[in-house]
Design a protein around this ligand. Structure first.
Ligand code: DC
Length: 212
């Protein structure tokens, strides 16, 4: 079973999903980390990230391990390597391919079937688990999202905003699993809310629905 937390980059999904999972005693699933692994595995040998068939094959061949904060590819710790700006860009590019998405969605569904999860991503409520008993769509203003990412990574604010605009456009307009709120999703605008307040709201919703 899964509580789905979707939304654009910087809306607070990771912090909220992680904290809500801890509060509820559920397992946290960072689906974006999986796309980042494919992006990293694609740029290391300098593969063509726009080749859907090749990226799909790569996605299917990777042994991705997710254990709390620790992310591995074929046993190698890539937790930090997948967070760099080049991988952020590569992940956005490889995630447009249906072959890559199919491979990741199948794995995510297998994981979710084994326990109680809070999963964050772009398509958890729309594609991975439309039957999720609680779907949350987090948003925040474009400027606030860029400010948060710059504060997190130490990158220049204007550069973050420009790159974010490009990735947002790609996430929202891609043909397969474009980013949008799932039917029935509870939308929460986090622009002016503290992390604690958002987590409280998600936990409250889970309790109201008898999930915890
Ligand atoms: O949430 P994130 O920034 O770690 O995600 C990395 C990339 O993967 C981002 O470009 C969007 C994509 N992604 C996706 O297409 N579907 C998901 N469920 C999660 C992430």
């Amino acid at each position: 079973m899964v509580i789905a937390i979707d939304g654009p980059a910087g809306a607070g999904k990771s912090s909220v999903a992680r904290a809500a999972a801890a509060a509820l005693g559920f397992t946290y699933l960072d689906s974006g980390a999986m796309y980042r692994c494919v992006g990293l595995a694609g740029i290391e040998p300098g593969a063509d990230l726009d080749d859907g068939a090749a990226m799909g094959e790569l996605a299917r061949s990777l042994a991705i391990g997710l254990d709390g904060e620790r992310v591995t590819i074929d046993g190698r710790d890539v937790s930090e390597a997948i967070r760099g700006p080049a991988v952020t860009e590569a992940a956005s590019r490889v995630s447009v391919h249906p072959q890559v998405r199919e491979a990741m969605v199948a794995r995510q569904r297998r994981m979710i079937a084994t326990g109680r999860y809070v999963a964050e991503g772009r398509d958890i409520g729309t594609v991975v688990s439309p039957e999720a008993p609680l779907k949350v769509f987090l948003t925040a203003s474009e400027r606030e999202r860029a400010r948060r990412r710059a504060a997190q990574t130490g990158e220049d604010g204007a550069a973050v905003l420009a790159a974010q605009r490009e990735r947002d456009a790609r996430d929202r307009t891609r043909e397969h699993s474009a980013l949008r709120a799932a039917p029935g999703a509870v939308e929460i605008d986090t622009t002016a809310l503290s992390l604690e307040r958002v987590v409280e709201r998600v936990v409250e919703l889970a309790r109201e629905r008898g999930l915890a």
